[in-house]
Design a protein around this ligand. Structure first.
Ligand code: RB5
Length: 142
């Protein structure tokens, strides 16, 4: 199960991402927001981050205008490694090296086509399981 959330700035891209996940046959849970009305991004970032940290969902997607507010918020939750990505190389590397469990994107930064490719890259790239990366990840919260 994928947790997905956005504020108003990311609402349209979140809808496109959910349609894309539907096409891929991947299950997700939408933690809001549910309209373009102005709202506060930490509410949705915390909901998605806790769903992932608690094990309710394996991965998460968070979208706001820049992706910055949701990434700062999500990374405050223990066990969360949220990566703000605007390109496919970073999405691939953060899965391989950081075992990132939440992908953050900025809807005012990346277009829909690129955002969907970044999301696919994030979903389809496994963690390397290399000893050095396991060691470094353990040092993040150690
Ligand atoms: C909302 O205007 C905007 O501040 C928000 O979407 C996000 O970019 C914050 O980091």
């Amino acid at each position: 199960m994928i947790a997905i959330g956005s504020d108003h700035g990311g609402f349209a891209l979140k809808k496109a991402l959910m349609a894309h996940l539907d096409k891929r046959g991947l299950a997700y849970k939408d933690f809001g927001t549910y309209s373009e009305a102005s709202c506060d991004y930490p509410v949705y970032a915390k909901a998605v981050a806790h769903a992932v940290a608690d094990g309710e969902c394996e991965r998460g997607f968070l979208i706001c205008g820049t992706g910055i507010g949701v990434s700062i918020t999500a990374n405050k939750v223990p066990g969360i490694r949220a990566a703000l990505c605007g390109d496919c190389f970073s999405a691939e590397a953060t899965r391989q090296h950081n075992d990132a469990n939440i992908l953050c994107m900025g809807a005012r930064v990346v277009g829909e086509g690129l955002a969907l490719k970044i999301a696919d890259t994030f979903l389809d790239t496994p963690f390397s399981n290399d000893e050095r990366h396991i060691r470094r990840i353990s040092q993040i919260e150690g």
